[in-house]
Design a protein. Structure first.
Lengths: 278, 383, 300
């Protein structure tokens, strides 16, 4: 019924808008996918289009001791750092969202800051301190560093989950006789669980991808996947990197899908609660 | 109809009305000079209030009047700035909510969505360390009491609003608290269900004999349920009394117009006074016989309830009789509602007469006799 | 206003005492205790290192403020700073121009289209910057995909020089930053009530006028937040410029070079301090914009 919308000029304009947006989306998504055909190349150097199909680079990726160790390291660093980030992030968001703390907004900004600040600055500061403490190149060093930069991710997702429902449920639990611990265990945690899971996955994914802190704070024995990739990129350019990249891409997408499923679950539950109470 | 000259004396009822119940099943509550400030903002001025054991007490007032703050202080959600709250003589201010043993029904019920109905009702028992067998037994009894025996395994989201309300009631009562708080518990229900639930809540309270403090902004609901009401406004208790007292003898303009419908005529001067009967002159120049409560403040008004005013010939024999003009005539369900202009400059008052097929709706402009007895015009404080 | 007052006095409240001398119980009791552990982690592994960086920048053997004097005077140190700002501005502008229509369409989409749009934005968002930079290297290098394709199609005779140029780096960086722009834009646009546009249409505004006088102003908080976010992230960008290279190093690359090649920690710390201060200022701006965005959301 909107007369202006059917004018040919504006129809053209809206088609142009859609076309432009599609091109932007192609630019956003496609370049990354170029590594997929390259990873199945039979050539010994990067060449496009590949002259033949083979899985030899996947085989050499699978056989590589370096990659195996790096993947194990990334998991050994990602899981504990995501766990620390999750526990601390949940505590922080409970205090900031539900509690009455002074300077609430400043605190929230401070907790989010490590995610925003360029990692190179933190790396420059952490390296000499951790060197003094003798934990450069050890697991605890990089785990703590990653915990600090991933805590904001948990803080953000859990704060959103907490804001999604009214504090009445916790107050109700308290009138019914549940102390602070039991209230958290039986009421708060079950209700924010999807947010906590999503936060954990994000934290793990971030740690798994993080390069700069890993460059400064890991040693060849604790080297993570991004650092190994980086060293290989600066050293040689064989399609084995493409194969490794595709595997990591797949892993990232799997994690993302997992997070999306947890998130959808949470939304569905929020909807069945009748949304937020007053 | 006439001859209502004495002030009805409020009397907490329970013991006398239900002699078969053990007395003092409910808790006695006392707010002692309680106040609440947030910095410069005072949301509750110093308030002292006593609620008897087993009483059904209702706090009413518009939003922001402090009634929810008062309830929150009692439940333990809001730390008071000053004063003490005593339940059966013991100050509970320093106790956390989970040690107060008070039952509470929330506006949106706050049923835990991730637990079944039975788990919700069993939750307070579990928190008190009851055995599984005992929890099962008592949950079963509680479900039977609210007639939801078959719903134990359902999730709250699968129940209707009224059913959720009953689960909330069962959950708040299953551990036998002696004091039950209700914060607008029927606010989310539609009108018919509300009335049904009001009956149910009243039955429930009589059966358990607990003290109930009930917050609402619906004056009809409060009048139906409560033994006594407190009207709140701007963080202050405006008036306390039985519903009938408050309706018939409102202390202030605010109470008069918050409870039911009222026409208020400003009073210019009290010409004479003889006990509870006074002759006053209104600002509009009428001389009216009126009812004067013991204390009468400087600024005052006459409060006239629309159903107490008589129209037509019957008006002639009344203590006050004037000739008015119909300004507006409307049919509302059950009554004919008139706006009638008084002689002098007092303006228009509202009158309701019962509607039936034998009565004709007067048309605007008609002159009509209008009258009321002295007891129907109460002198109240103007604000 | 009430909320503000409540918040401001929440801390005072804990010290309030009743007439009887007992401290009233408050549900917010213990929230400071909850904060203790996260704040300790932040203090030890975030704030302390940053203070260390700042302190270290004054520890040059050549003199107290020598590092900063050199940033101001030495072109080799000064230029990366200038170049980083220039790059951040270019990348932010490109990302905004490219993102706005996309965010607009996704914000209007529903059902499956919305899901597809979100996936197309979120997948790159979560894909490692190392992987995405590597992909760009594959595309842009001398015998890379773009050159091979152009040669095969006969548009060019010789491979173009794309990697190690400003243009190539900017194209790659803008692509990597796109999700950081689209997501804040989306959150602002999702908050705009479509009936406002309809109201403008009924009042006689053509689509262009509807956009300029109604939609654009309403989406400005998102534009601001997105721009600041992209600008900050580009300031600290290391991976893409280090891998693709360009005429001059970005500041993060320069910091890393100071440390790994020259072992000049004080000089690296001074550059890092400059980056830190700039980022802090921009972050405060971002917080303010975000707050306004949240405020607009609450008012809805």
């Amino acid at each position: 019924m909107n007369r202006t919308a059917v004018t040919p000029f504006w129809r053209m304009a809206s088609v142009g808008l859609v076309a432009f947006s599609c091109l932007v989306l192609v630019y956003l998504v496609l370049p990354t996918l170029v590594v997929i055909p390259l990873s199945f190349s039979s050539d010994t150097f990067l060449r496009f289009p590949p002259s033949g199909f083979s899985t030899r680079w996947y085989e050499s990726f699978a056989a590589s001791q370096d990659y195996q160790l790096a993947i194990i390291n990334s998991v050994k660093i990602g899981v504990p750092s995501a766990m620390v980030a999750t526990v601390f992030g949940v505590m922080a968001s409970l205090a900031v969202v539900r509690g009455a703390v002074p300077f609430r907004r400043t605190l929230a900004a401070l907790i989010i800051a490590p995610l925003i600040l360029p990692q190179i600055v933190l790396a420059i500061g952490l390296f000499p301190l951790m060197a003094k403490a003798g934990i450069v190149g050890t697991y605890p060093g990089i785990v703590l560093a990653h915990a600090v930069v991933t805590m904001p991710l948990v803080f953000i997702t859990v704060s959103a989950a907490l804001r999604n429902y009214a504090p009445t449920y916790e107050l109700a639990a308290m009138t019914l006789g549940a102390g602070p611990w039991k209230t958290f265990f039986y009421v708060t945690f079950p209700m924010i669980r999807p947010g906590v899971i999503v936060g954990f996955i994000f934290a793990f994914a971030f740690s798994f991808d993080e390069l700069i802190l890993a460059m400064f704070l890991t040693s060849p024995t604790t080297r993570t996947v991004p650092r190994l990739l980086w060293e290989q990129l600066n050293f040689q350019m064989t399609p084995v990197i493409a194969a490794a990249t595709v595997v990591l891409l797949g892993a990232t997408l799997a994690l993302l899908a997992l997070a999306a499923i947890a998130g959808t679950h949470a939304r569905r539950r929020a909807a069945s609660n009748g949304g937020t109470a007053a | 109809m006439n001859g209502m000259t004495g002030i009805p004396i409020p009397r907490p009822l329970r013991g006398a009305a239900m002699p078969d119940l053990p007395p003092a099943r409910g808790a006695r509550v006392e707010f002692d000079r309680i106040s609440k400030e947030y910095g410069d903002l005072t949301v509750l001025h110093e308030t002292t209030l006593k609620i008897e054991a087993g009483e059904f007490f209702s706090l009413i007032g518009p939003s922001g009047s402090g009634k929810s703050t008062l309830l929150g202080i009692l439940a333990g959600f809001v730390p008071p700035s000053h004063g003490a709250v005593r339940v059966d003589g013991v100050d509970i201010v320093a106790k956390p909510p989970y040690r107060r043993n008070i039952g509470m029904v929330f506006q949106n019920y706050a049923l835990f969505p991730h637990m079944s109905v039975a788990e919700n009702i069993g939750f307070p028992l579990k928190m008190r360390g009851c055995s599984r067998a005992e929890i099962g037994e008592r949950v079963k009894r509680a479900l039977a009491m609210v007639r939801l025996e078959a719903m134990g395994e359902r999730r709250p989201a699968q129940l209707s609003g009224g059913q959720q309300q009953r689960v909330a009631l069962a959950r708040a009562a299953v551990y036998d608290p002696r004091l039950l708080l209700m914060d607008e518990p029927l606010g989310a229900l539609d009108k018919n269900l509300r009335e049904e639930m009001q009956e149910e809540i009243k039955r429930f309270q009589r059966a358990l004999g607990v003290t109930v403090i009930y917050v609402t902004h619906d004056q009809q609901e409060a009048a139906f349920l409560a033994d006594r009401l407190a009207v709140m406004r701007g963080g202050l208790l405006e008036q306390i009394g039985t519903p009938r007292q408050l309706y018939e003898m409102p202390g202030t303009h605010f109470v008069a117009s918050f409870l039911g419908e009222a026409s208020l005529l400003p009073v210019a001067e009290i010409v004479s006074r003889e006990g509870r009967l006074a002759t006053v002159r209104t600002a509009g120049g009428l001389t009216v016989q009126a009812f004067a409560p013991s204390r009468v403040s400087e600024r005052r008004a006459l409060c006239l309830r629309p159903e107490n005013i008589i129209l037509g010939e019957a008006a002639r024999g009344r203590d006050n009789h004037f000739l008015g003009t119909v300004e507006e005539a409307v049919f509302t369900t059950g009554t004919l509602r008139y706006r009638i202009r008084l002689p002098g400059s007092d303006g228009v008052i509202t009158v309701r007469v019962p509607s039936h097929p034998g009565i004709e709706l007067l048309s605007p402009g008609t002159g009509i006799d209008i009258g009321w007895d002295a007891a129907m015009a109460v002198i109240i404080a103007e604000d | 206003m009430v909320g503000e007052a409540r918040e401001a006095h929440a801390s005072l409240e804990r010290h309030a005492e009743t007439q009887t001398g007992v401290k009233p119980w408050s549900p917010s009791r213990g929230s400071l205790f909850l904060l203790a552990a996260p704040l300790l982690l932040l203090a030890l592994f975030f704030l302390f290192p940053l203070i260390w960086v700042f302190a270290q920048s004054f520890s040059s053997p050549r003199g107290l403020a020598d590092t900063y004097v050199r940033i101001a005077t030495d072109p080799a140190l000064r230029y990366p700073l200038f170049y980083t700002f220039q790059t951040a501005a270019i990348v932010t502008f490109c990302a905004l121009v490219l993102s706005y229509p996309v965010a607009f369409l996704i914000s209007r989409a529903q059902g499956r289209w919305l899901a597809i749009g979100m996936v197309l934005v979120l997948v790159p968002f979560w894909t490692s910057a190392v992987i995405r930079s590597y992909a760009w290297l594959v595309l842009l290098q001398r015998r890379g995909v773009v050159n091979e394709a152009l040669l095969a199609l006969g548009f060019i005779d010789r491979p173009l020089r794309l990697a190690n140029t400003d243009i190539g780096t900017h194209i790659a960086m803008a692509q990597i930053m796109l999700p950081f722009m689209i997501l804040p834009l989306l959150s602002a646009m999702r908050g705009i009530d479509p009936s406002v546009m309809r109201a403008a249409a009924i009042l006689g505004a053509n689509p262009f006028r509807q956009f300029v006088s109604v939609y654009l102003p309403l989406s400005m908080p998102g534009v601001g937040a997105g721009c600041v976010l992209v600008f900050i992230s580009t300031l600290g960008f290391y991976i893409t410029p280090a891998l693709l290279g360009s005429s001059s190093p970005m500041i993060a690359v320069a910091i890393e070079q100071q440390v790994s090649r020259l072992l000049d920690w004080p000089q690296a710390s001074a550059l890092a301090s400059v980056l830190l201060v700039l980022t802090c200022l921009l972050f405060m701006l971002y917080e303010r914009l975000n707050r306004r965005l949240a405020g607009a959301g609450e008012a809805r």
